[in-house]
Design a protein around this ligand. Structure first.
Ligand code: ADP
Length: 609
């Protein structure tokens, strides 16, 4: 499925019934077939008990009340009570068992999806909004779970109910039975005409609900910008509009729904009236007993419940089809970057890196964003990658981490092509610190140990000290056990950066990739970050997407990237002499756009120089 479809697709729409999906879904239920068998057995038993009731009541009237047989009345009464009790017990049992099965299916499906998601390559996540992927793991699995939970049992129960009722009616009196179904064609017409309309209005109501969710989600995510631009009023109006749409759509759906089902019952009632009329006549003629007619009518009344229940299951089934399609789409997506069949473990590396004529495009129909990249890096060297936004700097490091596979040429580490080694052995020897370091919810300690869970307490403290985390952590009452909340929202930008350094330091990679933060932090934190950085970089091959002049000057090799190719490479002094692109960039201070500090530093350096 293309990205466009992902964006425009309505999350809650229905899809036509597909046997292939049903078969595939059935495979999830298969492991629990024994429980399911028991459930179906109990349901059938229960249905049998329930179907016996009207007959027993008829018997009670004809042979108990009419014949003044108190003993029989007591017996039948007691039996009815017992049946109801058994019904309650069976109901409890089957609800419990079916929920167990439904939850297990849901659990398995969710687990499988989550595992699979983690194996998928970056390209899968490019352009697929996180919210939509999330809704697949939550809403879509729920829809499937509900189908197993409610749909399956309702179908078994109500279909047996219907078949049972019809069979009993014909068995009792086929002529009366035929008479009572005289209105069926009319009913069929009405339901088949109006049902799509009802479904259409429900689906519109769900779509507008989706819009509400999307709007609220975006507003919360962007609350800072909303408030900074004082957009509350405009947002209120927009929300009011979506909210009104939802209310209107819901009311329309309810109006349709509340009109149609009572109409169905009304028409059903016509059938019942005809039966009552003919039945009564035959009672008066002495051909039928009162109890018989009462029982017959009782069955007729029970006929409508299953019909409406089955119609609901049908729409449930159709929306489960849509969910199944979306879930299977994810499950059927193969990770693009994966271990080759012949992949070997990458032995402990020294940290030599070579890009050999590397080219790359983000997709078959996307433009080539890197061309002819040649680069040789010795172990322990520090490479600064510089260049304007969109030049391809991040793409270069993405290829090194093998987040994507180069579409041309080779990326070699210690002479091993990254495509020929296992992902795990490759990535475990590399570290990455991004501009906005992702901190997970949990404690500071857990975040530090993220890349190396076995690190000793001593190592942890050592790492924390060298990246200066200890200073701010000691101010928290809970120290390293402090919960940082989702995305580390309890920490400042600078603190998050330090924490990310600590995390990568503990995992001790041979090759480190760093996307230098452009956001400005206060001078003291900035100094901490610089010191921490120096510690982290010690003795490792480092690729730094560099913004600060200090980083760039100290680099062993500066690589200037523009329009997807390397335009210049060399040390600061070498490049300054050529008066090429780099020299121009430095002079025009393009490199300095980020932090006020940098600009000041550079100014003072220039003055000194
Ligand atoms: P830089 O890091 O130098 O700012 P990038 O490497 O991020 O540049 O981007 C290089 C080019 O690749 C840009 O034209 C960008 O639009 C494109 N690009 C980056 N990421 C993706 C992606 N996930 N899918 C498609 N195109 C991308």
């Amino acid at each position: 499925m293309s990205q466009v479809e992902w964006d425009s697709e309505d999350e809650l729409e229905e899809k036509p019934f597909q046997l292939a999906y049903m078969r595939r879904l059935f495979r999830y239920v298969l492991p629990y077939r024994r429980t399911l068998g028991i459930v179906i057995f109990i349901v059938l038993l229960n249905m049998g008990l329930s179907l016996a009731e009207p007959l027993m009541l008829g018997y009670l009237i004809d042979y108990g009340i009419v014949k003044n047989n108190m003993e029989l009345i007591t017996w039948i009464g007691a039996s009815l009570l017992l049946f109801r009790f058994l019904g309650w017990l069976f109901g409890y049992l089957h609800t419990k068992l079916i929920n167990f099965t439904g939850q297990r299916v849901l659990f398995d499906l969710r687990q499988q999806l989550f595992n699979h998601l983690q194996s998928l390559s970056f390209r899968f996540f490019d352009g697929r909004p996180a919210g939509k992927i999330m809704s697949r793991i939550t809403n879509d699995t729920n829809a499937i779970g509900e189908l197993v939970n409610g749909g399956l049992i309702t179908t078994v129960m109500e279909v047996t109910h219907l078949v049972g009722i019809v069979a009993i009616l014909f068995w009792m009196d086929w002529q009366l039975a035929l008479l009572s179904f005289i209105t069926m064609p009319m009913l069929y017409l009405i339901v088949s005409k109006l049902r799509p309309k009802i479904e259409g209005s429900w689906s519109k109501s769900r779509r507008t609900m989706s819009a509400i969710n999307g709007n609220v989600n975006e507003t919360i995510q962007g609350m800072r910008v909303v408030q900074a631009f004082s957009r509350q009023k405009a947002n209120d109006n927009r929300f009011n509009e979506i909210n009104t749409n939802n209310k209107a759509a819901f009311m329309r759906a309810i109006r349709m729904e509340s009109m149609v089902w009572p109409l169905v019952e009304l028409i059903g009632m016509i059938g019942t009236c005809i039966v009552v009329w003919f039945g009564a006549k035959r009672v008066i003629d002495g051909a039928l007993s009162i109890g018989f007619v009462m029982a017959f009518i009782n069955y007729l009344w029970r006929f409508w419940g299953p019909l409406s229940a089955l119609s609901k299951v049908y729409s449930q089934l159709l929306s489960a089809m849509a969910s199944a399609e979306r879930l299977f789409e994810i499950l059927d997506t193969e990770p693009e970057v994966k271990n080759a069949a012949t992949a070997k473990e990458l032995p402990p590396i020294r940290g030599e890196v070579e890009f050999r004529n590397v080219a790359f495009q983000y997709g078959p129909d996307k433009p080539e964003v890197l061309h002819g990249i040649n680069l040789k890096v010795k172990p322990g060297q520090r490479i600064a990658i510089v260049g304007p936004t969109g030049a391809g700097k991040s793409t270069i490091v993405n290829l090194l981490m093998r987040f994507y596979d180069a579409t041309g040429g080779q990326v070699l580490i210690d002479g091993h092509d990254v495509k020929e080694v296992t992902l795990e052995s490759l990535r475990s020897q590399m570290g990455i610190v991004l501009q906005d370091s992702f901190i997970f919810s949990g404690t500071i300690e857990e975040n530090l140990l993220y890349g190396n869970e076995d690190a000793t307490e001593e190592k942890l403290m050592e790492a924390a000290k060298s990246v200066r985390i200890d200073q701010f952590v000691s101010k928290f009452p809970d120290g390293y056990a402090t919960q940082v909340e989702e995305r580390g929202s309890k920490l400042s930008v600078g603190q998050r950066q330090l924490l990310a350094f600590g995390r990568v330091l503990l995992s001790d990679p041979r090759i480190l990739i760093l996307d230098e933060a452009t956001s400005s932090v206060d001078t003291e934190t900035e100094q901490h970050i610089q010191e921490a950085l120096a510690r982290v970089l010690e003795g490792r091959t480092a690729f730094i997407i560099a913004h600060r002049l200090s980083t760039i000057r100290d680099a062993d090799l500066i690589v200037v990237v523009r329009d997807g190719s390397i335009k210049e490479q060399g040390t600061h002094d070498e490049l300054m002499k050529t008066s090429g692109l780099y020299a121009n960039l430095v002079h025009s201070q393009l490199l300095m756009q980020q932090s006020f500090n940098d600009v000041l530093n550079e100014k003072s350096e220039q003055q000194v120089g």
